[in-house]
Design a protein around this ligand. Structure first.
Ligand SMILES: Cc1cc2nc3c(=O)[nH]c(=O)nc-3n(C[C@H](O)[C@H](O)[C@H](O)COP(=O)(O)OP(=O)(O)OC[C@H]3O[C@@H](n4cnc5c(N)ncnc54)[C@H](O)[C@@H]3O)c2cc1C
Length: 104
């Protein structure tokens, strides 16, 4: 199935990922321009992400999001960690009791 997703926030990115990995042809349309830099700190400083008003705030993947990524897209979670994301190291952040990673 051909699917168009509007908006590249967390919802749109997640939906696009899930559709694409289920074998659908997903196209994601985002109003903001892509970043000109690649290094996370540079992206944070320079990316003009007007569509997300709270873009320059620290963010956490909460327990459920982290569990879903671990189940459905561990490679993506690994890539995010390689870019400088840190595990909280506390089991209370996992939505599944006993299901947490203390370091990466
Ligand atoms: C201050 C603050 C801190 C937060 N911290 C956390 C946190 O730590 N952890 C957490 O899990 N959640 C956090 N949240 C909540 C989280 O950010 C939101 O739940 C999440 O951003 C919602 O994602 P979304 O994809 O639905 O929408 P958005 O993130 O708002 O994304 C919408 C996207 O659609 C694009 N768009 C809009 N109109 C169009 C159009 N016409 N055509 C194309 N693209 C369009 C926008 O540019 C944007 O990229 C925080 C929220 C705030 C306000």
């Amino acid at each position: 199935m051909d699917i168009v997703v509007l908006g590249g926030g967390l919802a749109g990115l997640s939906a696009s990922l899930a559709f694409a990995r289920s074998g659908h042809d997903a196209t994601l349309l985002e109003r903001d321009p892509p970043p000109e830099a690649f290094e996370p700190d540079e992206v944070f400083e320079s990316w003009d992400r007007r569509g997300i008003a709270h873009f320059r705030q620290p963010h956490n993947f909460l327990g459920l999001a982290r569990d879903v990524l671990l189940e459905q897209a561990p490679d993506l979670l690994e890539a995010v960690v390689e870019l400088g994301t840190h595990w909280s190291g506390t089991s209370s952040w996992s939505s599944t009791p006993g299901r947490s990673q203390s370091s990466a």
